[in-house]
Write a protein that binds this ligand. Sequence first.
Ligand code: ACO
Length: 326
Amino acid sequence: MSIFRSILTGTGAYLPDRVLTNAELATKVDTSDAWIQERTGIKSRHIAADGQLTSDLAIAAARAAMDSAGISAADVDLIVQATATPDQTFPATATRVQAALGITRGAAFDIQAVCSGFVYALATADNFIRAGQSKCALVIGAETFSRILDWTDRTTCVLFADGAGAVVLQAEAASGHDSNSRGVLSTHLHADGRCNDLLYVDGGPSSTQTVGHLRMAGREVFRHAVTNLAAVTHEALAANGLSAADLDWIVPHQANIRIIDTTARKLGLSPDKVVTTVDHHGNTSAASVPLALAEAVADGRIRRGDLVLMEAMGGGFTWGAALVRM
Ligand code: ACO
């Protein structure tokens, strides 16, 4: 039986035009630019226009990723889209993306793991490819979190934002591989459903028949994030016989600069190996990792052959990591 591995051949991103600054937020709720920057590192974020849907953001990011990989619609046989803010309760937003891109074969479905969604989606697509069930996958993280925020709650509305990022994974036959081979080396996923009520949306089709608003116990989330993200990073490195010093880049979920810095310190990673976009993206949930990855690839920081670790944690809790040789 052939063995396949997934090569990451393209990245793409899309951010809505509208930029919302901390100064503007301070005119809506009792907050300040200084408080937001000091506690989170966020200076500004992008917000989708009225009528602009998660699928619109996803389609733009997916097109950019397909262009960068040099593939056409006919090549794609799988779309895995991570989102907690789908256009509709059903069908999956991935199917709208599929239709808009002119893709007519294979599977298309959404994954719900909130801020870890992209890592979950990448792991899922990688496993389809390893199993020989897919040859070319679009993996997307796209969100319009602005639609589920309580804009009167200063403890949450200053943190989250909108955007989309995407990657293309393509199957390559392999006789085996080590950590020097290109592609997804390993993925590691976790969940702990006992923490549901620390970060959630207070609505849903089955419970309230409404969409609901995001609610969060910020300090508790912070504490779990630092512990879980450091642990899953160690797990990914150990699984490949590597250490933190072997990493060229870490692309963390962009929730809060203090979570990113504390986790990097715990791992003994130099800050210049950490990709950060939280200052101008805010927390875009499932879009955050692929947006940061696409930005660092586009500006030439991340290059072919680099060893990149992506990690994220989100509501559930869910968390995970993916180690990729670009
Ligand atoms: N502006 C001004 N003051 C505020 C604001 C605001 N936007 N929000 C809260 N405060 C006030 C609080 O009311 C509180 O006031 P009090 O002392 O009078 O009661 C004070 O600031 C301190 O509040 P804390 O919640 O203790 O502030 P903390 O330093 O913990 O920072 C924050 C809050 C930024 C939410 C932090 O806990 C955090 O980053 N948590 C992680 C949450 C996160 O990133 N979630 C994203 C999803 S999960 C993930 O992606 C990993």
